[in-house]
Design a protein around this ligand. Structure first.
Ligand code: LMR
Length: 335
């Protein structure tokens, strides 16, 4: 009887490639936390379209926007477990995986313009950092730079003193925690999917983000002021589960790589435009006053925040920070 069962099982196994079962598409669940009409949301939908087209339907991509499947921390755990195959989290959220190095990109004013960010993300240091993620089963496929952060609150944030005593939402990074404390604020980690409500109910007083998120998550409805502070950047890593990706048939992976490449180009074309447009739409709503810092105000912010670079030498080591400065072209200002 046992022999017969084994033989029957073997027959099913051999037959499988020719059966309907073998022709089932490979499902890729792509989970993210932003709106479908934010730059990342649009890029996820484009990736779906291209991946399905280029693989002739061998792959089906299911996109889950707006934290509908998982929130910030959960989605990374789900990726490691293989419950979801692609994510594009902010790189400020990797420390809980045991990869603290990405927090370095939150050092204030490290990459305030596109040029510095481009130099950094094209540098060989990214491959070195990518290995740390791979060791945790998380394989980076691309980096998407979504531009410079703005701050929002219900009070005008013009000088560093204006932050004193405010409860500010931060992403998970320890550098962002240090930035908030240096400003005299009280940092609070809140998942992106819970942020609107936290702002609306006063659990936190303010946050920093890119303008396209402020618009598409409707934060501007519950925040009276927005400062174009450009103190840091929001960058995503398009990541996959390493075992899943490496287990794909070669032809499928090649077509997905092609879809990733074209999606990268789309993201780079779209993000800056969408963020500029979002500022205008927020202004036009009349609900949020937009502040542009004068040179003197900006200098005051820089002077206030540069000590965070020194403090963080303890976390990353001076050598590592110096290598990041070199790769991004950052020169610490003389105070
Ligand atoms: C945030 O948590 O503020 C952002 O990282 C959300 C996002 O993914 O754009």
């Amino acid at each position: 009887m046992r022999k017969w069962l084994l033989a029957a099982a073997a027959a099913v196994f051999v037959m499988a490639p020719g059966t309907g079962l073998a022709q089932q598409p490979i499902i890729i669940k792509f989970s993210h936390v932003v709106s479908p009409d934010a730059p990342k949301g649009k890029a996820a939908l484009l990736f779906k379209e291209l991946a399905e087209k280029y693989t002739n339907g061998k792959v089906k991509v299911e996109v889950y926007p707006n934290s509908s499947l998982y929130k910030d921390k959960e989605e990374l755990e789900a990726l490691q477990l293989g419950s979801v195959q692609i994510l594009a989290p902010s790189i400020s959220k990797f420390a809980p995986l045991g990869v603290k190095e990405y927090d370095v990109f939150d050092l204030p004013y490290l990459m305030t313009d596109d040029e510095h960010a481009r130099a950094m993300y094209a540098s060989p240091m990214m491959a070195e950092l990518g290995k740390k993620l791979e060791a945790k089963m998380v394989e980076p496929l691309a980096y998407w730079d979504n531009g410079a952060h703005v701050y929002t609150a219900n009070v005008p944030l013009i000088m560093p003193e204006d932050f004193r005593g405010l409860k500010m939402r931060i992403q998970g990074s320890k550098v962002l925690d240090a930035v908030a404390r240096q400003l005299g604020a009280i940092p609070q980690i809140i998942a992106f999917g819970e942020l609107y409500q936290a702002l609306q109910t006063g659990v936190v007083d303010g946050e920093d983000n890119v303008a396209s998120n402020v618009l598409t998550q409707k934060f501007y409805e519950v925040q009276k002021h927005m400062t174009l502070s450009h103190h840091s950047r929001l960058t995503y890593a398009l990541v996959t589960n390493k075992t899943f990706w490496n287990g794909l048939p070669d032809d499928v992976r090649a077509q997905l790589d092609r879809a990733v490449k074209e999606t990268n180009a789309f993201f780079n074309d779209t993000a800056a435009k969408d963020n500029a447009d979002a500022i205008e739409r927020i202004r036009a709503s009349g609900k949020t006053e937009i502040h542009v810092l004068t040179d003197t105000e900006r200098k005051a912010w820089i002077n206030k925040l540069m000590p965070v670079h020194v403090e963080m030498q303890g976390r990353f080591g001076k050598d590592f920070i110096d290598r990041i400065y070199k790769a991004s072209g950052f020169v610490p200002p003389q105070s």
